[in-house]
Ligand binder design. Structure first.
Ligand code: EPU
Length: 487
């Protein structure tokens, strides 16, 4: 059984904007305190022995690390097990706190989750699925957005589902309107309650036509997880087609689903009456691979990332090469390294797949502070994913953030008050500082910054990093980083 998270207070993960300055400051203080509590819980859940790292920078990271399955697939694959009439086996599951959260949420719904014979193997038995109390879901959700994806499967299995107020990383408001619209279209009745949302399906769920206003990853998964057991045919237009979604489709097909992926982001699902458990090895984590690649480049290092594959990383590899990084693609992974010479500036626009992933920009920004010239990163997926650069500026980086859409096409954030374009002027040398991890990928970016900086840095709230990076402390040790973990 996983180490339990201490129950959080409902609704304290503040993401709304208050009217006056004092309220905003109070909200920010509450949000910071909640972020610290979350960080400690997340770290403790995977056995992290501290929450603050003191890093002595300037040492190239060199060596080999191994990846496991993608956080952004594995957590959804675990939810998919709820749809089966028999147990599922999921392999290549990383020991990260997001997996712990989903495991606990499944367990409070009566799913038996046990460790399998090989490391990273989970057995998920959903035969006795039952409703969970709102308070139990809220206690284990730990500010994760995953409970929203339980809704379709639970409505099929039990006719009702509850979700607490949702959190996730602090990278913007992250609404759930697409999810609720989708569920209503299938026939769910959605009721707002004081601490969250209750859903029911008095007449069952029926196939429908859905057209997403934006190719949202989560909303596409919501449609898939709901449509596979809904009566009749569902047509989804404007679907996200990330490799993790394709692997979720692989899993659902193994379970008995009928899903067709057409061109132009159209997915058709023929509902079936019964699904069985699956046996699946999860796709590797390309976001983790890109993060270690960025660390190799920024530290003048050389890292072999075991388990990384080229097809899912094509776009990243192009940009990595343009910045001046080198890579060798092998059968069992990819070697990423700094081949010598100056790094070059680039213009990046984040986008849905097959574009440049938003999750890749934060770690890569550190290498861009070393590049000779002006780089631009236009973030078009999240409206506020540059909170992490304040710490980099404090360390000596020259980065300006702008409201305008710079360096590419106008995006949906351009006419609104969102600081979503970054201009990075290099080369600058970073010096050590005391910094605090704001969110998962921003936190990894802070680690890289500290590893490249002259002198000593203290990075706190590192528990947040364990949401998505398995054994990152051990990996840093393996790669020769000089640091102490405390707190
Ligand atoms: N959006 C809405 N309404 C909704 C849902 C989404 O407006 O109901 C907006 C979001 O606010 C955002 C955009 O749509 O601006 C895209 O969000 P999406 O739904 O695609 O993201 P997600 O499913 O919440 C997943 C990953 C993220 C990753 C994004 C984009 C998981 C658990 N999370 O989030 O991963 O950045 O897709 O690829 O799969 C991370 O790993 O650090 C991370 C944040």
């Amino acid at each position: 059984m996983a180490a339990p998270h201490s129950p959080r207070k409902a609704g304290t993960f503040v993401s709304t904007i208050s009217e006056n300055t004092q309220d905003r400051e109070d909200d920010q203080n509450r949000s910071d305190a909640q972020n610290r509590e979350n960080a400690q819980n997340w770290g403790a859940a995977v056995g992290l022995q501290g929450d603050r790292i003191t890093i002595r920078g300037g040492i190239p990271l060199v060596g080999r690390i191994e990846l496991k399955g993608a956080k952004n697939l594995v957590t959804k694959a675990m939810v998919a097990a709820l749809l089966g009439e028999s147990p599922s086996t999921l392999k290549n599951v990383p020991n990260i706190s997001d997996v712990r959260i989903v495991r606990q949420l499944l367990e409070v719904h009566g799913v038996k989750v046990t460790d399998g014979a090989e490391p990273g193997e989970l057995l998920l038995d959903p035969v006795d699925v039952e409703s969970a109390h709102f308070a139990a879901i809220d206690a284990y959700a730990g500010s994760s957005r995953i409970p929203i994806l339980f809704c379709g499967p639970l409505l099929h299995r039990l006719g009702e589902a509850f979700i607490p107020d949702l959190g996730g990383c602090r990278i913007g408001d992250r609404p759930i309107d697409y999810h609720l619209d989708v569920l209503r279209k299938f026939g769910a009745v959605v009721e707002k309650q004081p601490n969250g949302i209750r859903m029911s399906a008095p007449n069952g769920l029926k196939g429908t036509k859905v057209s997403l206003p934006y190719p949202s990853v989560g909303a596409t998964e919501q449609v898939l997880l709901t449509a596979v057991r809904a009566e009749g045919i569902t047509e989804l237009k404007g679907a996200a087609i990330e490799p993790e979604i394709m692997d979720l489709i692989n899993i659902l097909q193994k379970m008995g689903a009928i899903i067709t992926v057409d061109t132009d982001r159209v997915i058709r699902i023929e509902g079936v009456e019964r699904l069985e458990g699956y046996n699946h090895r999860a796709l590797f984590d390309r976001n983790e691979a890109a993060s270690w690649a960025a660390a190799a480049l920024a530290t003048d290092g050389d890292i072999f990332v075991g388990g990384a594959r080229q097809p899912e990383m094509l776009t990243f590899l192009n940009v990595f090469r343009k910045v001046g990084g080198a890579f060798d693609i092998e059968d069992d992974g990819i070697r990423f390294y700094h081949p010598g010479g100056d790094l070059k500036p680039v213009i990046i626009e984040t986008d849905v797949h097959p574009g440049f992933m938003t999750d890749w920009q934060q770690p890569l920004v550190i290498a861009l502070t070393h590049a000779h010239g002006v780089s631009i990163v236009h973030e078009t997926v999240y409206e506020q994913r540059f909170g992490f650069v304040d710490a980099l500026v404090e360390m000596g980086a020259t980065i300006q953030i702008h409201r305008e859409c710079l360096g590419g096409h106008p995006c949906r954030f351009g006419q609104r008050n969102f600081n979503h374009s970054a201009v990075i002027t290099g080369p600058t040398k970073l010096t050590g500082a005391d910094i605090e991890v704001p969110d998962l990928r921003g936190g990894f970016s802070h680690l890289i910054a500290a590893l490249t900086a002259k002198g000593t840095s203290t990075v706190s709230n590192v528990g947040i990093i364990s949401r998505g990076y398995e054994n990152f402390i051990t990996k840093l040790q393996l790669l020769g980083a000089d640091f102490d973990l405390e707190g």
